[in-house]
Write a protein that binds this ligand. Structure first.
Ligand SMILES: [Zn+2]
Ligand SMILES: [Zn+2]
Length: 94
């Protein structure tokens, strides 16, 4: 996927990020189209992507636990939230 389209000829262009060019927000970055060779400016807006997910265990329901066994411990993790519990297996000292 290309970074942007030339506003003159609509060519797909990639911003050259050498030296961090083009990352600052709120500034006009000058660029020359390498298809039609016209100069134009672009503004950078950095967007974050959030993916919301239901977590019933944070609303009174039990955690949806997933148990993982390793040789030294039992790890219990919730599939929905950050709950995590380690149980070390006794006896084995090496
Ligand atoms: Zn162009
Ligand atoms: Zn949970």
């Amino acid at each position: 996927m290309s970074d942007l389209e030339c506003p003159y000829c609509e060519a797909d262009l990639d911003v050259c990020h050498d030296d961090g060019f083009g990352y600052s927000e709120g500034v006009a970055h000058e660029m020359q189209c390498y298809e039609c060779e016209k100069n134009f400016v672009f503004h950078t807006s950095i967007s974050f992507y959030y993916e919301p997910k239901k977590a019933d265990c944070l609303n009174g329901s039990p955690h949806r636990l997933k148990i993982m066994e390793t040789s030294r411990s039992t790890i219990t993790r919730c599939k929905d939230c950050e709950y995590e519990k380690y149980e070390w297996k006794a006896g084995k000292n090496d």
